[in-house]
Write a protein that binds this ligand. Structure first.
Ligand code: GTP
Ligand code: MG
Length: 418
């Protein structure tokens, strides 16, 4: 089964907590602090794999979590680092942030590796906070907790040549003639339900041909198999547009030609600029004269072939080869520089409340609050020291704070003393 769009949730591992512990033995009942640091959480890493061709695996599993870091322990033992989680996706998968739709990564080339989310840092154990004046710190840091993110995976086939046309014109038949691929061929519409790929060797170079499911009027708005498959044309170097010149389906090949061009433009105007070769198929059941009349009406050269009889295929291959060698290979989408923000540990802002009290908030405060146990006297002292060191008391003074004013920081409040 083929699937080319998936939504998944990813979460890097949390950092392990630092340990609060003091060395104890029979001989030494009041030893120094020996709480170890927490381990780092695992990263979420994506790898492009050209052996995969569908996102179907992601239909059955929506949540991907890297391992959390282990907590620190007594005896200064550091918590174990959480294992990274490696997620393989087919080459050609574009990863977007679900909320903003911004491209985070284009997993274009086989083996391309991208760390999408970094694991949380481990918290420090209390032994890290020991100083000559604070020999027995009674607090330890918690590890950084990571957030779950929702992302969208979109597979855009990477092919050099795209075969397009109405249903039943013979796209899959031509693919089977040009390459070793053996797609399903049948006399009903939408036989091909997902792109079939084949490889053709032209002038000693291999090129990938994609047989795209049949397009019909309204495809760009989702009619038929719809625009889902137009996505797969976006990356090709050139198109081979197939017409059934015999009109075996009682359709007019001239109208067909313009309808498909119209759908391509509606979907993405850039597709209009793609070089194309027009092929007139089913010559075995019509005349060259009919073919010429169609060519005149669309004002384009048409390569007449009979895919079934392999007639005219040699000339077509030569024309494709001569065109494709002049065209630049598909390139990755430029990744918009969008990374999930590392936690902001430095910013703060001061707001004056209507009752005259002040409120300090921001990334720096969040980090501090996360890291200390405020009910603990010593921990609280450390907290005050950090506020001072960061210049928050000076900033409060500048904002007009006076002795006795109430300061709110997270869920604690204290009186300002200058
Ligand atoms: N007479 C004749 N019939 C052909 C030729 N090429 C293909 N056909 C027939 O046309 C029908 C459709 O062929 P497919 O190759 O499945 O067409 P398709 O464009 O891939 O169709 P969808 O996948 O449904 O979009 C089949 O019955 C083929 O045998 C040809 O050169 N001459
Ligand atoms: Mg087909």
């Amino acid at each position: 089964m083929f699937l080319d769009i998936a939504k998944i949730y990813i979460k890097a591992g949390n950092g392990g907590n630092g340990k609060l512990s003091f060395y104890r033995s029979k001989q030494n009942l009041c030893g120094g602090p020996d709480g170890g640091n927490g381990g780092k959480g695992g990263d979420i890493i994506f790898v492009a794999d050209s052996n995969m061709s569908t996102l179907i695996d992601f239909k059955y599993r929506a949540h991907y979590r890297a391992e959390n870091g282990g907590n620190g322990d007594a005896n200064n033992s550091t918590g174990k680092s959480g294992a990274d989680l490696i997620i393989k996706v087919p080459a050609g998968t574009i990863i977007k942030d679900f909320e903003t739709n911004m491209v985070i990564a284009d997993m274009f080339e086989n083996g391309y590796t991208k760390i999408l989310l970094k694991g949380g840092r481990g918290g420090k154990g209390n032994s890290c906070f020991a100083t000559p004046t604070r020999r027995s710190p009674c607090f330890a840091q918690n590890g950084v907790k990571t957030e779950e993110k929702k992302i969208k995976l979109e597979l855009k086939t990477i092919a050099d040549i795209g075969l397009i046309g109405f249903p039943n014109v013979g796209k899959s038949t031509l693919l089977s003639v040009l390459t070793e691929a053996r797609p399903k061929i049948a006399n009903y519409h939408f036989t091909t339900l997902s792109p079939n790929l084949g490889v053709i060797k032209l002038y000693e170079t291999n090129y990938v041909i994609a047989d795209i499911p049949g397009l019909i009027e309204g495809a760009s708005e989702g009619i038929g198999l719809g625009h889902e498959f137009l996505r797969h044309i976006e990356r090709v170097r050139m198109l081979v547009h197939i017409l059934d010149i015999s009109g075996s389906e009682q359709r007019d090949p001239v109208e067909d030609y313009f309808k498909i061009k119209d759908e391509l433009t509606k979907y993405n105007p850039k597709l209009m600029d793609l070089p194309e070769i027009v092929v007139g198929n089913k010559l075995d059941i019509c005349t060259m004269k009919a073919c010429e009349a169609i060519a005149n009406k669309i004002n384009k050269k048409i390569f007449p072939i009979s895919a079934i009889l392999h007639d005219g295929v040699e000339q077509l291959i030569k024309a494709i080869a001569d065109m494709v060698v002049t065209l630049p290979p598909p390139t990755p989408i430029e990744e918009e520089v969008f990374v999930y923000q590392e936690r902001d540990d430095i910013s703060y802002e001061i707001l004056k409340n209507s009752d005259g009290s002040f409120e300090v908030s921001g990334g720096f405060i969040d980090m501090l609050v996360r890291n200390v146990v405020l009910s603990d006297v010593e921990s609280n002292r450390y907290f005050q020291h950090k506020l001072k060191e960061r210049g928050i008391f000076d900033a409060l003074r500048k904002e007009g704070a006076k002795d006795g004013d109430i300061i709110h920081i997270s869920d604690i409040e204290f009186e300002f003393i200058n």
